[in-house]
Write a protein that binds this ligand. Structure first.
Ligand SMILES: [Zn+2]
Length: 494
């Protein structure tokens, strides 16, 4: 089954905390099949289903809708319309434990948010709930809410239809999009806008759906977003959705990387970086427009590509704003927070399992080590290629091996041992510094073939290839290994 397009049309009632409507799924069946199966939580009730306009019997058990035909379903194009409704899951701890959030803003207005990165979009619309299949032709959302709520959704706002005390917002994206980004937020929003000219010279509207009473904070906030966008474009290429918009929506939860309409809930709390206000949450979620939304992993097992490289983009912000030393300090400090688990746990890991891997800090640190190993002249162009080449972006989802192959090609080396060491083990490189007579020292690397390492002696810093055999240096002071912290390591003095 290849999903081509979703249309999600729902009447949303915050007073009853219910949703009611339909989802239409356009798909291509690649082979004839005895069953048609979609994911939808059993908390919601399916009323009826049509396939290519004809009523269809179905079962709905264990969060699966299953339809049998008298003869196998033929290969080819199909349109499936599923009418359903009910009380969707209430998010236990959004966005980490997601679902619907029926919140109120501080003036008591309804403020509705959907987050489902972990749970999957099946918590509120029927879909093929796997990251390997995004709808190639995008998605339409028709969300009806009571006035005066305003709906923020993916892509571009097409139309607002008012009828009685309700409004229907039609949002549409023509881009391929992850299921968990086909969501909406609704609140007593106003919009604050700013024009943005991309690195490639395209004019892109920047739009903030902000609660009315926070509107005064929005223009400065968009300046921060523009600065983040400039820096991310420098390293990763043009903003990925240039034909639509750079959107953010204020949410009652912390935030989520919803494509073209990032969820923002960090309450305008800024730190100073390079003398300028910086909102780590805004920058991180926005970085996901490249790493997660444009470059997507094809299985949860490879989630570090999204979270780790996005987190590396956070460190690059420091590099741009404060320089290399600030970036290095940040990378060194990050090792204190490694979780002690591998980054890639197993190729078949489910979404919860994948998130228990060390995908953020260590994923980012791996990029940092790789940069040092292969040098800036190769590393940065290759990273940009990963973010811009059609083979790795939009509807071509990737795995760890795709990243490895690309870096192998651009370096002409076999980096698999290095990738495996960082991503599939929890080991540190183990250096031993052994004192010899007459100010001599032997430095060996116990558990890896060979690495180029900066060694500091009383004479200064030298880059030496350290291996199992070891290298001898002369120094009146004990030599220091990799002071700047390019490698995840342990140094033993003997
Ligand atoms: Zn993230």
């Amino acid at each position: 089954m290849d999903i081509r397009h979703y249309t999600v049309s729902l009447n949303v009632d915050p007073a009853q905390q219910t949703i009611d409507g339909f989802t239409e799924i356009d798909l291509t069946l690649k082979n004839a099949s005895p069953d048609l199966i979609f994911d939808l939580t059993n908390v919601l009730a399916v009323k009826n289903i049509t396939v290519n306009g004809k009523a269809q019997s179905f079962t709905h058990e264990n969060d699966l809708i299953r339809m049998k035909a008298n003869a196998p379903w033929n290969a080819g194009k199909m349109k499936v319309k599923i009418n359903y409704g009910g009380k969707p899951y209430v998010a236990a701890n959004p966005p980490w434990k997601g679902g619907f959030q029926w919140a109120k803003d501080s003036l008591g207005n309804a403020w509705i948010s959907v987050s489902c990165q972990g749970e999957g979009a099946k918590v509120y619309f029927p879909c093929k709930d796997h990251p390997s299949d995004e709808p190639n032709e995008g998605a339409d959302m028709f969300i009806t809410v009571p006035k005066p709520l305003v709906v923020a959704g993916p892509g571009l706002l097409q139309k607002v239809k008012n009828s009685g005390n309700k409004s229907t917002y039609h949002w549409k994206t023509n881009y391929t999009i992850s299921n968990y980004c086909i969501v909406f937020n609704a609140g007593k929003y106003t919009t604050v806008k700013r024009d943005y000219t991309s690195v490639d010279g395209n004019k892109i509207p920047m739009v903030f759906y902000v609660l009315e009473y926070n509107a005064a904070k929005a223009p400065h906030h968009l300046e921060l977003l523009e600065r983040s966008c400039r820096i991310l474009e420098k390293y990763f290429g043009e903003y990925p959705w240039a034909k639509e918009q750079i959107g953010i929506a204020e949410t009652p939860h912390l935030g989520m990387e919803h494509q073209t309409m990032n969820a923002y809930g960090n309450k305008f709390r800024y730190a100073k970086v390079g003398g300028q206000d910086f909102d780590w949450l805004l920058h991180h979620e926005f970085g996901h427009e490249w790493w997660a939304n444009k470059v997507s992993n094809n299985d949860w097992a490879h989630m570090w590509i999204q979270e780790g490289i996005c987190s590396y983009g956070d460190a690059l912000y420091y590099r741009e704003m404060e320089g290399e030393d600030s970036y290095l300090r940040r990378m060194r400090n990050s090792t204190l927070n490694f979780s002690g688990k591998a980054v890639v746990l197993a190729d078949t890991a489910d979404s919860d399992l994948a998130y228990s891997g060390d995908i953020y800090g260590k994923g980012a640190y791996f990029m940092h080590s790789l940069r040092y190993l292969i040098g800036d002249d190769v590393f940065f162009p290759t990273l940009k290629k990963l973010a811009t080449d059609p083979a790795y972006t939009y509807h071509n989802q990737i795995s760890t091996n795709d990243v490895l192959d690309l870096f192998n090609k651009s370096t002409g080396r076999d980096l698999k041992p290095f990738f495996d060491f960082y991503l599939r083990t929890t080991n540190r490189f183990e250096f031993v510094v052994k004192q010899l007579p007459r100010d001599r020292y032997r430095i060996t690397l116990n558990n890896f073939d060979t690495l180029p390492v900066e060694i500091t002696t009383n004479e200064g810093v030298k880059k030496l290839n350290i291996d199992k055999k070891g290298v001898e240096v002369t120094s009146t002071t004990p030599p220091a290994v990799d002071v700047k912290g390019y490698f995840y390591k342990r140094v033993i003095f003997e």
